[in-house]
Design a protein around this ligand. Structure first.
Ligand SMILES: C[S@@+](CC[C@H](N)C(=O)[O-])C[C@H]1O[C@@H](n2cnc3c(N)ncnc32)[C@H](O)[C@@H]1O
Length: 612
């Protein structure tokens, strides 16, 4: 860093960078009082920006000085780059008294990630900043292990920093639950310690009861029928109100989590872009004449290749354009009429399966792919197991041509129909539960039928489409998996339950998740897919997305393979395309006593209809 200059700068010439971790600054009044009495003891660091100066280090001192009515502040002016300014800010955060340990840990990780050439390890940071290694280690542990809610509560002084050590032993959801009780009950430090002690002794006990014990509140149990008519009504009203309140809080919590996760993804993308730009800038080199010549030769060769590829592609595009000439845009009006759907079906070349180019065809047939679903829309959040639409769109576009008819007999909230909207196909879906069908109807104008898929070929519209459906894609309930705890692990469904979203489909007895016996579940699937078989055109395809499932006893049921065997005679199993998700967090299930797997893939079973 160069051009260092110490001066007094008028505070109204200062600009904030907007890159400080905490906008609301703690103990500002206290600092302002000190400044009134002793002045600003340590100069801030600024750099020239536009006509003014940007505060690089010391934003808190500036705000406190303004609060204290100071018109000028001592400052060191440095001409430094964005990268150097960011680094200085991070180092300052590590020294700031008003930041929590977890926030300091965040700053250390940022140094390690952004400046790996300079800060090699926590030990090297400790050495460079002349701080004890154990302190650095502690902050980093806090940064990684403490939930965002707890960090925020400590930051805003709603929760004492001394509780963090206790909370860190638990996963984030438990940390949040415990911290909320401590905050709501306004517990003192001693009460909170007792609360942790009792909880760790009996984590099954209700938190409200533990809190009552800690705070010396006695509970008396009276059953409702012991109360007078009037008192009973009053209690019931209170309970109903409380339930209503909890529901709203839980919905808000889901929305908040989704907002946070979107924000985080955006931030990560931004950082990745920045890193890429930095790398690119570094790698820009000036070439010697002979190197320039070499580069030109490579360019010429590549351009030749591109021209040849384009010529080939041009022929294909022409063929495809001819096919598409006949294409009609589907009007988005609801129809409950099979003849209308059939009249809209308009395919130029019946022999073709799709309009894919050879290269895309080849890629699709690979037996595995990675797809990480985008964050969910708020109105879809209700459904516990919905498809990502882009993934279904890809299947629909491979197995059909525009205007063809696609069926999903387990429609859920309608993702398959949304995928049809996106790809100009006609879709039709069946869902047992009205509340999911309602969500689907809000998302698409394609026909949604409420009914039991066991009667598929007798339902409205479908009864007139036997042998006329071009493709079926679906995902049935994974037996009773959503209702059971798998291998005694704390699954995503448990977290959803805590947040108030649907954990299982619930509702009607006919729902396949309510079939207790595994063989009966397979029988029901066989019945439903035999109806799909009747509806499909000859030699067309059915894709079933399913998982092998882990039962409560830790046994793996090979649902996918059992289903494939059952459908033998109706369908040929052509492939299991494995859909891998590589952004799901790993759980440390069973450690260190029993093997419990992290299941991060689904099977997309591709079947071809054969004549039964
Ligand atoms: C795995 S989910 C499908 C999710 C859907 N693909 C989506 O993206 O929303 C299975 C759906 O099948 C429904 N279902 C269960 N039993 C059914 C039955 N007998 N007939 C029709 N639908 C049923 C459930 O209510 C649930 O919504």
């Amino acid at each position: 860093m160069s051009e260092t200059e110490l001066t007094l700068i008028p505070v109204d010439l200062l600009l904030y960078s907007g890159r400080n971790p905490r906008t609301e600054m703690r103990s500002l009044e206290e600092l302002a009082e000190n400044i009134k009495e002793y002045g600003v003891l340590e100069p801030i660091i600024v750099r020239p920006r536009e006509e003014k100066f940007e505060v690089v280090v010391g934003e808190r001192r500036v705000r406190a000085s303004m609060l204290a009515g100071m018109k000028e502040i001592p400052a060191i002016i440095r001409a430094i780059t964005d990268r150097q300014a960011d680094e200085l800010r991070l180092i300052e955060n590590i020294h700031r008294e008003d930041l929590t340990d977890a926030e300091k840990g965040d700053a250390i990780y940022a140094l390690l990630e952004n400046y790996p050439d300079k800060y090699l390890s926590m030990a090297s940071i400790a050495e460079k900043l002349t701080m004890p290694y154990n302190t650095i280690l502690k902050w980093c542990r806090y940064s990684r292990k403490v939930s965002d809610f707890v960090k925020d509560a400590v930051g805003s002084a709603r929760l004492g920093e001394d509780h963090v050590g206790y909370l860190m032993k638990y996963d984030h959801a438990t940390q949040d639950k415990l911290a909320k009780v401590i905050i709501e009950r306004k517990m003192t430090s001693t009460q909170a310690r007792e609360f942790f002690r009792l909880y760790s002794g009996n984590p099954e006990q209700k938190l409200d009861e533990i809190a009552d014990d800690v705070m010396g509140i006695k509970r008396v149990r009276i059953s409702l029928h012991e109360l007078s008519e009037e008192a009973r009504r009053e209690v019931q009203q209170i309970l109903a109100k409380k339930k209503e309140q909890t529901k709203t809080i839980q919905t808000d919590a889901i929305k908040k989590k989704m907002r946070e996760s979107r924000k985080l993804t955006e931030q990560r993308k931004k950082e990745a872009r920045k890193r890429f730009e930095q790398k690119k800038a570094k790698s820009e080199v000036s070439l010697l004449p002979e190197e320039e010549e070499r580069l030109e030769k490579v360019k010429e060769r590549e351009i030749g290749k591109i021209i040849r590829e384009r010529e080939k592609r041009g022929e294909f595009m022409q063929a495809r354009a001819e096919l598409r000439e006949e294409k009609i845009e589907l009007p988005l009006i609801p129809t409950m009429d099979a003849s209308v759907m059939l009249s809209r079906r308009n395919v130029a070349d019946e022999k073709r399966l799709n309009l894919f180019e050879a290269k895309d065809w080849m890629i699709f047939t690979k037996s595995w792919f990675i797809h990480n679903p985008p964050p969910r829309d708020e109105k879809e959040e209700l459904h516990p197991a919905k498809f990502p639409e882009p993934l279904i769109k890809n299947f629909v576009e491979f197995f059909t041509q525009p205007t063809e008819i696609v069926l999903d007999p387990f429609l859920g909230t309608g993702s398959a129909l949304v995928a049809c909207d996106m790809s100009n196909r006609q879709g039709i879906g069946v869902e047992l539960e009205e509340r999911y069908a309602d969500v689907a109807r809000r998302r698409t104008k394609q026909p949604v039928i409420v009914g039991d898929a066991r009667n598929l070929d007798e339902l409205d519209i479908l009864k007139d489409l036997k042998g006329k459906i071009d493709f079926a894609i679906t995902s049935p309930p994974y037996w009773n998996m959503l209702k059971k705890s798998r291998g005694h692990v704390r699954s995503v469904s448990k977290i959803r339950e805590e947040l108030g979203a649907d954990v299982f489909y619930g509702g009607k007895m006919e729902n396949l998740e309510n079939v207790e016996n595994y063989e009966e579940y397979l029988n029901a699937l066989h019945l439903i897919f035999s109806k799909v078989h009747k509806l499909l055109r000859p030699n067309r395809y059915l894709v079933v997305i399913i998982q092998n499932i882990l039962t409560e006893d830790g046994e793996m049921k090979p649902v996918a393979w059992d289903l494939a065997k059952r459908l033998n005679g109706l369908f040929l199993l052509k492939q299991e395309r494995i859909w891998c998700q590589d952004n799901k967090p790993l759980g440390c299930w069973g450690y260190p006593y029993r093997y419990v797997s992290n299941v991060h893939h689904h099977y997309c079973l591709v079947f071809e209809k054969v004549e039964a």
